[in-house]
Design a protein around this ligand. Sequence first.
Ligand code: ADP
Ligand code: MG
Length: 397
Amino acid sequence: MRTETIRDVDVKSRPVLVRVDFNVPLDKQTRQVMDDTRIRAALPTIRYLIDHGAKVILCSHLGRPDGKIVEALRLDPVAKRLSELLGQPVKKIGAAVGPEAQAAEQAMKPGEVLLLENIRFYPGEESNDPDFARELSSLAQIYVNDAFGTAHRAHASTEGVATFLPAYAGLLMEKEIEALSRALTNPARPFAAVIGGAKVSDKIKVLQHLVDKVDTLLIGGGMANTFLLADGYQVGDSLVESDRVDAALDIMSRANQRGVKLLLPKDVVIADSFSADAVSRAVPATQVPNGWRILDIGPETVESFSQELKRCQTVLWNGPMGVFEFPRFAEGTRSIARVLAELNATTIIGGGESVAAVEQLGLSDRMTHVSTGGGATLEFLEGRVLPGVAVLRTTKN
Ligand code: ADP
Ligand code: MG
């Protein structure tokens, strides 16, 4: 089964409603778009539709207006930036449904682009109200979802509209689904997952799902502390979830049963306080003194993880190896990012902070796929079917 995309439908002269993820950071003073990565990510779909003569009606949320009009969250700055990137006008209106939207749609010519107002100004969006979804869908003949980052939400513009219109994946959505599903269903082996980040509790379902798929599981970051505790080590004042020791033990025993190699940090960088200028040193993971906390993986761990990764054909990475926000504790994360960038393998990065770390290092282009979804990517890796993906048309060929 393949998800149908905009390439599978004739869009010529037809109004197409495209859900994009334009939830970009705006400068508080100037209200300019500070980072246009998400706008750029939607360009292939928008350009394809323009080139094929569609009337392109874009719809997105921005921030959390909670069903009310919030002046600071209007999409005008996004329209301006999109217009610059496309090199053509983008008409922006102050509504997403109703007479203003209907009139704007009727005035459109093929190849033109219209941006609707922040869809979360309407309470019917997040409550996935069928009447609201029907009203929104009445603007178009075809629905395209290109907002992978919001696909884990069943909202009117991500899920409800598909009740009323034939629904297709945009090109970004297609890329995300392909990269992530290939890793989960048919990876080139050996397949390793590097999992880090703050907590076991955030990632427990990801770990449970992946332990059945991978050949090697490398665990770093704060969550490794709970595994170390489960192994009987003392972790001092480290971030740890004592109530998740059973979950950690369960993952370890499942790895063991399946012959999955599970690597934990051999050594760690410890600090005498949680701060950028804390006193720090590397110690074996067995020797974390009381009063100290683990804030990064150590150099020997970096070395052993690297050796393991070098024999892999597919590597999936989610979650930083340490508190990389403090330069002194960023080395583990940075080193793993550099190793992945050098690999001659399929490399997939997912998760808010992990992606930020790779971007900070300027290594995004060296990875096979850097996922644009935070929560959506994690739910995908948990093996869940995302509501915004489930409604898209599929075909056997
Ligand atoms: P992602 O967004 O990539 O999925 P998470 O949100 O799970 O990652 O975790 C990211 C956070 O984990 C980072 O802000 C980082 O500071 C924190 N973290 C990593 N290692 C540790 C550690 N040893 N102790 C405390 N926090 C950690
Ligand atoms: Mg995060």
